[in-house]
Design a protein around this ligand. Structure first.
Ligand code: ASP
Ligand code: MG
Length: 422
């Protein structure tokens, strides 16, 4: 008779949900119990769930530290083998926590999930996912707990996907198993118009486009790994960023739709600890910029803003911003180039600056956006250093001491605390 009980009507509303839990959300056994309870609740509401989990917070860093204590240059192959164990611990523990409350669960490593990668160790890229085993276990109605951040090359080498890579695992799996919903559950409530610790009246956004999210991430808002957002955009995976600690709706990240352009600025992000390098007295001749940028690229310096002006008197100047940690490296890399540029060439540097970026797809169709932003900063008595723009972003540098005030001034100027009128 038992099997009759299993013949409960199959609810048409049953959804397949991917939920990703980050390191903080699984940071202790108590938190894992909470995750298990939440997964059970999602199930009890009639859904099937695939959880993707990170290593417990601090574990990845701790493992990396041990390796670097043995040698400053551990091999990346072994680092992948090492750090992937962090996620392997948490999937087993979360599955055990689920079973302890009566939910049939199965932990699954990246290899078992059929996540095939390419590229190099510690920075693997997902090539393909073979969801056969996941689908089989879902058909048995198991709740799956998949290790984030890891995959395997077609020849069987363990790869990790770059720091924060569990987001990518979740999004890729959601696409591979055609999930109805993909939720990135984290320790923040969603994506805000600005960091609420800096701008107290910042507002949680109901939705944001992939492109805006990418611009926000690349200009300092560290909600999610950028590669994961790029992947989601490429494969059209809509996902939601929401809190693992409460039930509030979060922020939906999706392809832009026409109504989104009505909002001029979606959000503001800031990035501290920036430095500026300016090369002056560059002869106005072909190949000069390539030579300068080439030297910085060879030194693996990640440049952010690049600004140059039209040459006058036969000389040009280029300014770049970078993280202030890279300043010394940049000066060293430019030294031999200066000698080639001639006696008039000189390098000037400035640190202690920060970048403020206003991001919004609406600026494509609205005018006067830069003027509003610059006026707000001027009225607040804040001096603008460099300015750069893209189609959906205006960024300025200011003295780092004034960055928070600058963020509040621009946030106010665009009335980002108020619900936009449709
Ligand atoms: N555990 C990995 C890290 O700390 C991956 C992740 O958390 O998403 O980067
Ligand atoms: Mg982590």
């Amino acid at each position: 008779m038992d099997f009759l009980l299993n013949c409960a009507p199959f609810s048409a509303k049953m959804a397949l949900i991917v939920q990703k839990y980050g390191g903080t959300s699984v940071g202790s056994l108590d938190r894992m119990r909470n995750v298990a309870a939440r997964l059970k609740r999602t199930r009890d509401e009639g859904n099937q769930v695939v959880a993707v989990v990170s290593a417990m917070s601090g574990v990845t860093d701790g493992l990396l530290k041990m390796a670097h204590e043995l040698t400053p240059t551990p091999s990346e192959r072994e680092l992948d083998v090492l750090v992937s164990t962090g996620e392997q611990q948490s999937i087993a523990l979360v599955a055990i926590a689920l079973e302890s409350i009566g939910v049939e669960a199965a932990s699954i490593t990246g290899r078992q999930a059929g996540i095939f990668t390419t590229g190099s160790h510690t920075r693997g890229r997902i090539l393909d996912i073979d969801p056969t085993l996941m689908n089989q276990l879902l058909a048995e109605d198991k709740t799956l707990v998949v290790a984030g951040f890891q995959g395997v090359t077609p020849s069987g080498m363990i790869h990790t996907l770059g720091r924060g890579g569990s987001d990518l695992t979740a999004i890729a799996i959601a696409s591979a198993i055609k999930a109805d919903v993909c939720q990135i559950l984290t320790d923040v409530d969603g994506v805000y118009t600005c960091d609420p610790r800096i701008v107290p009246n910042a507002r949680k956004l109901p939705e944001i486009s992939y492109d805006e999210m990418l611009e926000m991430a690349s200009s300092g808002s560290k909600v999610m790994q950028s590669r994961s957002v790029e992947f989601a955009k490429k494969y059209g995976v809509i996902f939601e960023v929401r809190s693992s600690l409460n039930n509030n709706p979060g922020t939906l990240v999706l392809e832009e739709h026409p109504a989104m352009e009505n909002v001029v600025i979606r959000g503001i992000s800031i990035e501290r600890s920036q430095a500026r390098v300016t090369v002056i007295g560059i002869p106005d001749a072909p190949g000069m910029s390539g030579r300068i940028l080439g030297a910085l690229a060879d030194a693996e310096i990640n440049l952010d803003m690049i600004i140059s002006n039209i040459a006058s008197d036969g000389f040009a100047r280029h300014s770049f911003t970078m993280h202030s940690n890279d300043l010394g490296k940049a000066q060293a890399a430019l030294k031999p180039v200066l000698a080639e540029l001639g006696s008039g060439a000189k390098v000037e540097t400035e640190s202690g600056i920060a970048k403020l970026s206003a991001v919004g797809i609406g600026m494509r169709s609205h005018s006067g956006v830069a003027a509003t932003m610059f006026k707000a900063l001027g009225d607040a008595g804040i001096n603008i250093g460099m300015i750069s723009t893209s189609e959906i972003k205006i960024a300025v540098t200011v003295d780092e001491r004034h960055i928070e005030e600058a963020a509040r001034a621009v946030h106010d100027a665009f009335k980002l605390d108020q619900e936009p009128v449709a």
